[in-house]
Design a binder for this molecule. Structure first.
Ligand SMILES: [Zn+2]
Length: 192
């Protein structure tokens, strides 16, 4: 994902960093921390590792290290901590700040040529992902673009997404929820 419609610093490297890690945050929240999706209740997956592996395949996300079942369980806590950033909960900022501290988020350069990352060298996969994803969300919020971190407005759907439309006008996770919401608004008008 690239964020062409807006620029944090005018540097595409930073934009693609934010887009990539915000995309992981969306994936984790949607797979591990929502209880309803597309108008149906959704029980959190019993086998989180299988659920994540399938979602990574679908989204073309290739983990740099193999994920274990224990990692997947810890990622469920990370997902729960990232979710308030999308729902506009009153404690969203505090929760995100706690997450950054807990997972040791710190800007530093990795590799050669150096690339910017926000996890400590040597941190494990879960801490690294949590630090990078939380930092990406903090960067979006910190430049006044927090309204782009959204949860679907359709009834019975808590799926979250990063709104990359030019005027930040996206309201639904996808077409099926948009159509469902339209139909229910139409029915509501007919009743009045
Ligand atoms: Zn939806």
């Amino acid at each position: 994902m690239t964020i062409d419609a807006w620029h944090i610093t005018g540097q595409s490297q930073i934009d693609s960093y934010v887009g990539r890690w915000a995309e992981l945050a969306v994936l984790l929240v949607n797979e591990l921390a929502v209880t309803q999706a597309l108008g149906r209740p959704r029980t959190p997956p019993a086998d989180r590792l299988a659920a994540l592996s399938q979602a990574f395949d679908q989204h073309g996300w290739i983990p740099t290290r193999a994920l274990t079942a224990a990692d997947a369980d810890r990622l469920a806590d990370v997902a729960a901590a990232l979710r308030p950033a999308f729902t506009g909960a009153p404690d969203a900022t505090a929760v995100l700040n706690e997450t950054l501290v807990r997972h040791g988020a710190v800007p530093n350069l990795h590799g050669d040529p150096p690339i910017l990352a926000f996890h400590r060298p040597g941190s494990d996969l879960v801490d690294a992902w949590a630090a990078d994803a939380a930092t990406a969300l903090a960067m979006v919020i910190g430049v006044g673009q927090g309204q782009r971190l959204r949860a679907c407005e359709a009834g019975g759907c808590d799926l979250v997404f990063l709104d990359v439309t030019r005027n930040a006008s996206r309201r639904f996770c996808g077409l099926s929820c948009q159509n469902r919401a339209k139909a229910s608004a139409y029915r509501a008008r007919r009743r009045t």
